[in-house]
Design a protein around this ligand. Structure first.
Ligand code: PLP
Length: 394
């Protein structure tokens, strides 16, 4: 037997993966399952990006790049941050990574010492706590209350801070809730972080997927002082439907970026060269496919949201961004005879043949997460199945 490292034994397996595997198994048996678990856009990458990647390979750009990314890609990211956020960065304040997830992983590795604390708002994206723990850090959770749009307040943040607090993670628009922090809310949080010298990790991966009158604001925009204390995490995965290309970035303090780049030089060497050329085209080329995809998501949201909240026992805050619905289904679960939402979600898969992700994996056991990154036909059919299922058990 090979003894595995303690750090791996502490890893929590992903609930998302368990449900997805079960749904796949059922599909393989010929069962007609509709999967609403997806965490990625269902569109192909825009053609001009694919073309640019091919072209770079044909021109012989198939070798290592600098560990922190191609200078041309850093410049494209710098231009994007200037255009979208009005923020100025130098090349030594940008690190290109193999996806936003890897930027986050590398960031925790370079800022955390044993037992340093990172404040994570609930509901959270599943990888945050695991990545913090892998770096020896300690997640400290704050409850984003449903009554406050699943967002934390400055007061809650203040009470969670200790001498060991190193950083706060903000994810707006949020996976799984789809909620967005307003400028007013961000200002209050920024003030607490400045006062207590806490690094802000701002995961803005869903920035481009914003609906109605909602607007995405990066906390780094609030003042030069806040910008200095913020590391922005972003990438092309969700904005340009490029999840498989694995390109993300971190922007912020140059000492942190240098440490991250040094670490990457010994782990990945560099993000895939071809993908970096694709990402340059993504940022420098037309943004109309980004807007088209956003519009498609918004249309689905409008249709499916109304159908979802018509189901007895299900309530749902209307998402402002991303591509998830995060309804509270506790009442529906209890009234249809289940002990909890995990059991209800399992029954939805077994009996209604709809795969959803139980909220417990996001620290929010009364909810389920439904992704609308799938066709309108399938979405409508799935919500209808859930409705029929609930009605049949009442
Ligand atoms: N951050 C959040 C909140 C996400 O939901 C995801 C992807 O699911 C990521 C980061 C990672 O994105 P990437 O594909 O660029 O690694």
């Amino acid at each position: 037997d090979i003894r595995l490292a303690e750090r791996v034994k502490a890893l929590t397996p992903s609930t998302t993966l368990a449900i997805t595997a079960k749904a796949k198994e059922m599909k393989a048996k010929g069962i007609d399952v509709i999967g609403l678990g997806a965490g990625e856009p269902d569109f192909n990458t825009p053609q001009h990006i694919i073309d640019a990647a091919f072209q770079s390979m044909n021109e012989g750009q198939t070798k290592y790049t600098p560990a922190g990314g191609l200078p041309a890609l850093k410049d494209a990211i710098i231009a994007k941050l200037k255009d979208d956020q009005g923020l100025s960065y130098d090349r030594n304040e940008i690190m290109v990574s193999s996806g936003a997830k890897h930027a986050l992983y590398t960031l925790f590795q370079v800022i955390l010492d044993e037992n340093d604390e990172v404040i994570i708002p609930i509901p959270y994206w599943v990888s945050y706590p695991e990545q913090v723990k892998l770096a020896g850090g300690k997640p400290v959770y704050i409850d984003g209350k449903e009554s406050n749009g699943y967002k934390i307040t400055a007061e809650q943040l203040q009470t969670a801070i200790s001498e060991r607090t190193k950083a706060l993670i903000l994810n707006s628009p949020s996976n799984p809730t789809g909620m967005i922090y307003s400028k007013f809310e961000l200002e209050a949080i920024a003030e607490v972080c400045l006062k207590n010298n806490i690094l802000i990790i701002s995961d803005e991966i869903y920035e481009k997927l914003v609906y109605g009158s909602s607007r995405h604001i990066s906390i780094a925009e609030l003042s030069p002082e806040i910008k200095d204390q913020t590391i922005i995490i972003n990438g092309v995965s969700k904005s340009h439907s490029m999840t498989g290309w694995r390109i993300g970035y971190a922007a912020g303090n140059k000492a942190v970026i240098k440490a991250m780049t040094d670490l990457a030089s010994h782990s990945t060497s560099n993000p895939t060269t071809t993908s970096q050329y694709g990402a340059i085209a993504a940022y420098m080329g037309t943004q109309s496919p980004v807007e088209e995809m956003r519009e498609a998501f918004e249309k689905r949201l409008e249709i499916v949201y109304d159908k979802l909240i018509a189901i007895p026992g299900i309530t749902c805050l209307k998402p402002q961004g991303a591509f998830y619905l995060f309804p509270n289904v506790k009442e529906a679960a209890l009234k249809t005879g289940y002990q909890n939402v995990d059991e209800f979600a399992a029954a939805l898969l077994e009996e209604a043949k709809v795969a959803v992700i139980p909220g417990s994996g996001f620290g929010s056991p009364d909810n389920i997460r439904l992704s609308y990154a799938t066709s309108l036909d399938l979405l409508e059919a799935a919500v209808e199945r859930i409705h029929t299922f609930v009605d049949s058990k009442l």
